[in-house]
Design a protein around this ligand. Sequence first.
Ligand code: CAA
Length: 376
Amino acid sequence: MNLNFTEEQLMMRDMVRDFAQNEIAPFVEKMEAGEFPRPILNKMAELGLMGITVPEEYGGSGMDFISYIIAINELSKVSAVIGVILSVHTSVGTNPILYFGNEEQKQKYVPKLAKGEYLGAFCLTEPSAGSDAASLKTRAVKKGDKYIINGSKIFITNGGEADVYIVFAKTDPEKGSRGVTAFIVEKDTPGLIIGKDEKKMGLHGSRTVELSFENMEVPEANRLGEEGEGFKIAMANLDVGRIGIAAQALGIAEAALDAAVKYAGERQQFGKPIIANQGIGFKLADMATAVESARLLVYRAADLRSKGLPCGKEASMAKLFASQTAREVAIEAVQVFGGYGYTKEYPVERYFRDAKITEIYEGTSEIQRIVISKHL
Ligand code: CAA
């Protein structure tokens, strides 16, 4: 694996780093107060960040997968909220249409998603179908040239803000995972009801909502793939999506490590900077080693994906390890800051709150272990 970024990838890194510092950092307080970062997303659209890997013929920036992962990684160092919005929009909001849609569907939706005119969302999880995604109960019944969809979804990232929802429903409940079908649902579809916003521990500013479908009519033309192909579409896109969440977790871990190292070098106790104490210095050494390991796993998975090689196992390994690292490094960063770390004066408490979810969404750590062990 060659971790030397190309000139184009380095330009992406520098551009996103500047953008995050200059435009996103001043907006973090508003997001913490609950504001959805629409102005930031509009600026990201202008920079071509809403369709980084989408081919130019479909309105995207036509860049490689590593550039996309670099962008999520850099954005998440400043705001994990922006990281998850972009990751969900791209890998499970846009890519299912790009990779599994017919030409008409691609022409209709992908350019708008890639240019950021539309925001995407992914609707798989249900109240009684989380880790066991194939047990979903939402039902789609064919009637003429339409499907009538009834059911409900929870924890939908970008819900209430998205223009296009990828919805998974059972067309044949007898067939288990082979009875799941995917649909493209536009936000104004009658019967699509946006439910309550979750009040979350972290990721304030990112919307997470319940959805219900009440006799929602979806034209047959909006069925994605064939009947029964939905579960494979979901799984294939999650394989890749998990590298995005791993990059988000890596960004949080890097930010927490940087903050802790800086503080430990400045904070004086007993007449010397606290980093001079092995209790703190060794802690920082372990944190840095874990971050470096996570970085290698994330870019290893991204490299495989970039080359079009299978990456399901490596994506799950990267997500498993980077999310665990984010949580551990962020909690240790709070410890390095002592009492100050527990206040909102410093960002480390936010990093910790934001880190925790990376071990849960897009497949819990337990699910990543199932995926990895199946590959073994
Ligand atoms: N790619 C393509 N096909 C796949 C696949 C993959 N990665 N994984 C499984 N499949 C196929 C299998 O080949 C099988 O097909 P056949 O019936 O033709 O043989 C079918 O799918 C069923 O496979 P399994 O029997 O292995 O499926 P399972 O029911 O045991 O579930 C699981 C497997 C990995 C546990 C899966 O349920 C899973 O990933 N659960 C976690 C759900 C998840 O990640 N949810 C995230 C929600 S989105 C989100 O969080 C976004 C956000 O907000 C940030």
